[in-house]
Each structure stands twice: as C-alpha cells, then as structure tokens.
Write a protein that binds this ligand. Structure first.
Ligand code: VG1
Ligand code: CO
Length: 541
C-alpha cells in the first residue's frame, strides 16, 4: 500500500449548488471527476490531516465505488478516522447526527437526494461541517475555487475495504470505523419523542403507510415504526433501498408518490400516509383524504410543538426559506417568537440554530427539521406528526381544519418548468428583474402589486450577505408570487414558480382554484408560456 499522487487538471462545472455538487452519474464517473472534487474539498477546507470524518450515502448507483475512493483519498491526505455507515449507507439526517454525536470535523454525503439515480440518473457529493450541517457559502466557495486550480490529487493504492463488516478496519494509518447506520439515529428519535404514546397509538389500531420510495429511509422506518413502535408489519412499503430507486423518482410529493396519494384518497385509506426522498431528509405528510402542504406542515408542527417532549419548553424561534408560505409566520407571531426568512437550501438555517435563535425550520419542498441535527429530517417530521396525533387524538384533516380556523389558510402551490432552455430561463428572470422597480402600484390580472424585489439575505449571525435568491412579488391582500431557478438540476434550467394567497374565510377550497388569480398574474408578469415554450408546468405540487 502506498500513496499515489496523480496529475490532473481543473474540470469545469464543479460549482456546488443548492445542496452540494450534482451531476449525471456518467459525468461523475468520468476520468478524475470525483477525485478532483474530493481533493478540492480537502484543499478548500484546509486539509484533512488528523481529522475525523463521517461518510455515507443514499445507496444510489455508484455509491459503493465512490465511498471507496473517498476513503482512499482521506487516507492519502492523512485523515485519522472515517466513520462510515454499513455498506456506505447513511441517510442525510443520520449523517448529520453522527457528525455531531461523534464530534467529527465534517462529513461527506454521497447523494443527489430527490433526483433519480441509476447509470443514467444523477449522483452527488456534499460536504458537511463540524456542526453537522451543509457547508455554508463561504466554505463551498473555497471548494469551488480549489476546483479551478487543482493540479494533482493524492490517493491510496489499496484493496477495497469490506464495508459490510461492522467494526474497525485500517487503511494505512487511518481507521475506517463501520457503524450501524440506523442505531444512533433511532436512539436520537427516542430521546425526542414520546415512544410510549406512539406505541399506544399503534396498539389502538392506528394505521400508517410509509412509502420509502426504494430509497434510504426504508431500513430506518422499518426499524423505528414497525420494530420499535409496533406499527403493523407492511406499514413501510418500498422499504429496500435500490441503486436505481426502482426506476422511480424519489421525490415525496403528490406527483411522484402518486400510489400513496391514491391510497390516502381512497375508501380504505389508513389514518396517516408519509413518504421520504432519496437521502431521507424530505417528508410528505398526507392524512386520510387530505394532503398537507409542507408549508402548512411546518406551521402545524410549530403550533403544536410543546406536545413533544423535546420541545415542551417552547420554541426559541422558527425559520423558513423565502419561497415557503407565510403560514408559520402567523404561528410565530401568536407565540411571540422570532421568525426568519432565509434563502432556499438548508445551509442557511445552521447559523441560526447554532446561535440558539431557531428551533424549527422548514422549506416548501417537503423539508422540515429542528436543531436536533443540522439537516432536514424526513422520518423525524413523521414522528413529530404522529406524536401530535397521539396526544391530541385527532385526525390530520381535523387538526388542519382547526389550524386554518385559528390562523387563516395560506393556499400554496409550486409550478415547476423542468429542463427548460437555460438561456430562455435566464432571459425570463433577467427581464423581470429589470422591471422590478417599476412594478409596485401597478395592477396585473386584477391584482395590485405592493412590493417587488430580488431577495437578498443578510445573515444576522455572521453578517454575510447572499444576493439574487429569487424574485418576490407581493400583492394587496397578502398574495405572493416567487420565481427562481433551481440549483439542484443537472439538465438545462428548472424554473420554479411559487404561488401563495391567504384566506381567512374560505378554508376548504381546491388550492389551484384559490390560486387562479395569482397564477394568471404570474403568467402576465413573466410570460412563462411564451418564453419556456411550455403550455403548462411539468410538475405541480
Ligand atoms: C431544491 C429545493 C430546496 C431544497 C433543495 C435540496 O432546491 O427547492 O428547497 O433545499 O432542493 O433538497 P432547488 O435549488 O432545486 O430549488 V434535497 O432533499 O434535494 O437535498
Ligand atoms: Co433530500
């Protein structure tokens, strides 16, 4: 065994996006691509000599091979120890937990999250810092700079480590510690929630359907929901992680989790339905006959948080990404706590949580989390809901009806135009941006514009400023349109149009109907159909 230094050249396009670097699997498998990026991470963070890292991924195609490369490169650069989930598997929240629990210096997560996997799918690499959260902008920009100047990388020449065997292995001087990917995470959940109340809920005949979408949460959900809490066997479906996610799209929303939606809207629906994504950080919640939007879910969790043992003392504050609906803002106001509005992506919540300013946070894209880790956490959100239902002895639909009656309802929807020509998408945004200053006071599709800007975030903790995070246009009465381009796609551009309106009287309308005037205003403002050449969105959530 020896260290090999390999000459290489910068590869264009290694800029981390909303959540790490994502590319098609073949791009990642191309000569030097992965090695260049991993070495650039090491270079960007000041090396890994004597450091302890956590490593795991969502099990998608190329996960196992990439993990061996990361291990060999960590060893070659002098890392002391790498803690790896068995078979190189770890959900994103479990990885975040391990980094914190084991006081590691950081971690590498191999995942493209909700993007499809497989030889023709996507792959991704994300670096998390010592707090367990995604590297903030000042770190990812250093990594990106390193990708532009790299000239060599170091890698150990050795056999593969058998990652199916728990315990300590060696790679030169470095220890590779293989751990059970579920155990520490399950122990954390036990500390947060009232497992006795949850057991009693299932003993009372409560039925759940959890769709793991052939992705990483299968083993976690089976261990916790079925083995520990006594949910009926078979409550977890698609629970074995597959390298191509069964050729599915592991994105938990009403479109990609349609079989679950159909079951929950059908005559024999269980009491509660849930799904998670590729790497286990997203959650979809659906009651019998009612889909709960992620924005509403965040608001409901905040409103009922004191029913959960870990949050019984109250919340320090809440935060949501800018495009997420303002439902949680009203809960925060009622509770008299701070509510922060951050750019899209979990990396912006970390500072607030580290500073003790925010306990709960969420995104409209099915992400909900708290300061128990520094990532969003799909299964945690499901347990949170179940714990509330167990304490309240109420259905999801009744809980939401009660919530809306108290706070009003923020009707919400996101329209995605995927794989659009990037030049056309950028032109749409640039053109709208150039007209923003003149918009307030004007009327579109019968709605009067009260505010229009390009969202910039000033981090209250470290003072950093992040600009151009999405165009937001506010209308009289509280309705809102937000437009931004996705930072997780791998082909062309994806335009996301976020639509919101508030109603305190009509609480049970169809969201698309309630939003019809806002949808018309967005079209009139941005000329979406013309510019994208699409008659309708590809995905409506
Ligand atoms: C999307 C979501 C964003 C989320 C990100 C990562 O980003 O909109 O809310 O944080 O994915 O989620 P974008 O830039 O495509 O809109 V995950 O579960 O894919 O790591
Ligand atoms: Co994810």
């Amino acid at each position: 065994m020896s260290i090999q230094t390999v000459a290489t050249q910068p590869i264009a396009g290694q800029k981390p996006g909303t959540s790490g670097l994502r590319k098609t699997t073949p791009e990642f498998q191309a000569h030097h691509f992965l090695e260049n990026f991993i070495q650039s991470i090491w270079n960007g963070i000041g090396g890994v000599k004597d450091r302890t890292l956590v490593l795991g991924g969502d099990g998608r195609h190329f996960n196992a091979e990439a993990a061996q490369v990361v291990l060999r490169m960590a060893a070659a650069s002098g890392a002391r120890r790498v803690i790896v989930g068995r078979n190189a598997l770890l959900s994103t929240p479990a990885a975040s937990n391990l980094i914190r629990k084991r006081r590691a210096d950081g971690g590498i997560i191999l995942s493209a999250s909700h993007n499809p996997g497989g030889p023709e799918g996507d792959f991704g690499v994300k670096y998390n810092t010592a707090n367990g959260g995604p590297a903030p902008e000042n770190v990812t920009s250093k990594i990106f700079e390193a990708t532009k100047t790299i000239s060599e990388y170091a890698i150990f020449v050795s056999h593969d480590i058998d990652l199916s065997k728990l315990g300590e292995h060696r790679l030169g001087d470095m220890v590779v510690e293989v751990v059970d990917p579920v155990a520490d995470y399950a122990a954390l959940m036990q500390k947060i929630f009232d497992f006795d109340a949850l057991r009693a809920l299932f003993q009372g005949g409560f039925r759940i359907r959890f769709d793991a979408m052939h992705a990483i949460t299968g083993p976690y959900a089976t261990a916790i929901l079925e083995d520990q809490l006594g949910a009926q066997r078979g409550s977890v479906i698609n629970g074995t992680p597959l390298p191509d996610f069964g050729k599915g799209h592991p994105d938990p929303n009403p479109i990609w989790a349609k079989p679950l939606m159909d079951e929950m809207m059908g005559p024999d629906a269980p009491d509660f339905g849930a799904a998670s994504d590729g790497d286990g950080d997203r959650n979809m919640v659906v009651g019998r006959g009612l889909y709960v939007t992620p924005s509403d879910s965040l608001a409901a969790l905040a409103a009922n948080a004191t029913l959960i043992p870990a949050y019984a003392g109250g919340l320090q504050g809440v935060a949501r990404s800018m495009p997420t609906s303002k439902a949680v803002d009203r809960v925060a106001q009622a509770l008299g706590i701070e509510c922060f509005e951050t750019p899209t992506g979990w990396k912006f919540f970390g500072n607030l949580m580290d500073a003790g300013r925010c306990t709960l946070c969420g995104e409209e894209s099915a992400g909900t989390g708290s300061d128990h880790v520094r990532e969003k956490d799909g299964l945690w959100a499901v347990l949170f809901w179940l714990n509330i239902l167990a304490k309240r002895q109420i259905s999801v639909a009744d809980l939401m009806a009660e919530h809306w009656a108290k706070y009003g309802r923020n009707y919400y929807s996101r329209h995605d135009y995927e794989g659009v020509d990037a030049t056309a998408a950028n032109a749409l945004m640039d053109d709208l941006r150039s007209r923003l200053a003149a918009l307030p006071g004007t009327t579109v599709a019968g709605l009067t514009i009260t505010s229009a800007d390009d969202f910039a975030y000033d981090d209250p903790i470290d003072g950093s400023r992040t600009e151009a995070q999405g165009i937001r246009i506010g209308f009289e009465g509280g309705a809102r349109v937000v437009l931004r381009l996705s930072g997780t796609g791998t082909v062309g551009a994806t335009l996301r149009v976020y639509l919101e309106t508030v109603d305190t009287e009509n609480l049970h309308m169809d969201a698309q109907e309630a939003l019809a005037p806002v949808i018309a205003a967005a079209e009139e403002l941005a000329g979406i159909k013309d510019r994208t050449g699409r008659a309708a969105p590809d995905v409506i959530t």
